[in-house]
Design a protein around this ligand. Structure first.
Ligand code: ZN
Length: 409
């Protein structure tokens, strides 16, 4: 039996079993359609000891992260989010040209570029070579490597400590959470601040966001489980923000626990209370989730079957990781969704893993005028509907698949 990634207790309790699924970022070229494709179990567990929700590691991280198709800068709202963060954090912690900012999982420099504009020294750590190259090209100093204790020790040996250590949507994607948070504790300056963002498990469960579960996401945190892990590495969380990004995320603020307890903010205490009240320290709470997922699948298939029977044509928008979990788990192929479109040229001309739905440039929508556009990255639905306002000119409507099928007129 597999052990918990944090506390090593045997994993006995299922959150949800999504069956077999290919790696969600392995988009296929036309040549690859004729070959075999590797599927891995996509089974999320909750640890009965520490309540960390996790997908056990079935795949070597090198297979996932060395050539990654996700470029943060293709999302306008994500860029705006990054810029707002840089303004807020620079003011709150008085960052200057004498400060050192380090971002873990810095992607294509989408965030650090705003610190560079302010003359604040930055270093990005990014394991995906192709994505890191894009950051370096825009003047963001970046090291191509995985982050953990070893990388942190190497940086500290070179005299580097982080006054601000940040990570947005990276902690969830780390296979060895102890090595990562342990590395953070090494790299963080004695009076430095770390901020980490991750999708909030409470929102995932309340809103049936099972499609955010995929092999590249190893951990799914509540505030309570994150606090337990950080505390084990000498880091204390002193503040938290609830953000709308990715269907509901947390941004936690941490510092060395030896700095003293400090003042936990009211909003931190309030969220701890709400999670305890919602049962995040009881197994029954987690056991109920499977039924939520089954119902999401039935609703979506019901909608698609009725629409196709009525002769309606359906296209997808976007080719995000979450779309691949949704489509593979529900068994949705070209029989329901003719094609999908994506702004990222890397994905255009390729096919979704598992379902083999073709990916085109967004112009395809105007050429074929589908009746429905199924929005796969539903967390960006407002931005997408704005970009695609022209779909309504031919009577096309937008469909949000999760948590219940929502048709937007
Ligand atoms: Zn555990």
């Amino acid at each position: 039996m597999r052990g918990c990634a944090f506390c090593s207790a045997p994993l006995r309790h299922t959150l949800v079993d999504l069956g077999m699924s290919p790696l969600c970022e392995s988009y296929l070229t036309p040549d690859q359609l004729d070959g075999p494709e590797t599927f891995y179990p996509l089974h999320a567990y909750v640890c009965g000891e520490c309540f960390l929700v996790q997908v056990p590691q079935y795949v070597r991280p090198e297979e996932i992260f060395t050539e990654y198709a996700y470029f943060s800068s293709y999302s306008d709202s994500w860029l705006a989010h990054a810029r707002a963060y840089v303004e807020m954090i620079s003011a709150r912690f008085r960052l200057t040209s004498a400060s050192q900012v380090v971002e873990l999982g810095s992607n294509d420099g989408y965030l650090l570029q705003y610190f560079v504009q302010r003359g604040i020294p930055v270093l990005g750590i990014e394991p995906a070579r192709n994505v890191a190259a894009a950051a370096i090209a825009k003047g963001v100093q970046t090291e191509v490597r995985m982050f953990g204790r070893e990388t942190a020790q190497g940086l500290v040996a070179r005299g580097l400590r982080a006054d601000l250590l940040l990570g947005a949507n990276v902690l969830a994607q780390v296979p060895d959470v102890n090595d990562f948070v342990g590395g953070m504790a090494l790299l963080l300056a004695p009076d430095g601040v770390a901020t980490i963002e991750f999708p909030h498990l409470m929102r995932l469960m309340a809103e049936g966001q099972f499609d955010t579960i995929y092999h590249e996401h190893f951990s799914y945190f509540s505030l309570l489980s994150a606090e337990r892990i950080f505390a084990a590495h000498g880091l204390a969380i002193f503040d938290v923000e609830e953000l709308p990004t990715h269907g509901g995320s947390l941004r936690i603020f941490a510092r060395h626990a030896r700095q003293g307890p400090g003042d936990a903010t009211e909003r931190l205490k309030d969220l701890r209370r709400r999670e305890r009240d919602a049962g995040f320290e009881r197994l029954e709470t987690y056991a109920a989730f499977t039924q939520t997922v089954h119902e999401c699948k039935r609703r979506l298939l019901e909608f698609l079957i009725e629409a196709r029977r009525a002769g309606k044509r359906i296209a997808g928008y976007g080719a995000p990781g979450k779309g691949n979990t949704l489509l593979n788990y529900c068994g949705i192929r070209e029989d329901f969704v003719e094609y999908t479109v994506d702004r990222n040229p890397y994905k255009q001309g390729r096919f979704l893993p598992g379902t083999h739905i073709p990916i085109h440039a967004p112009e395809k929508l105007a050429e074929t005028r589908p009746d429905y556009v199924l929005i796969l990255p539903w967390n960006l639905k407002n931005e997408i509907i704005e970009q695609l306002a022209y779909v309504r000119e031919w009577g096309g409507r937008f469909v949000v698949p999760i948590p219940r099928v929502e048709v937007l007129e």
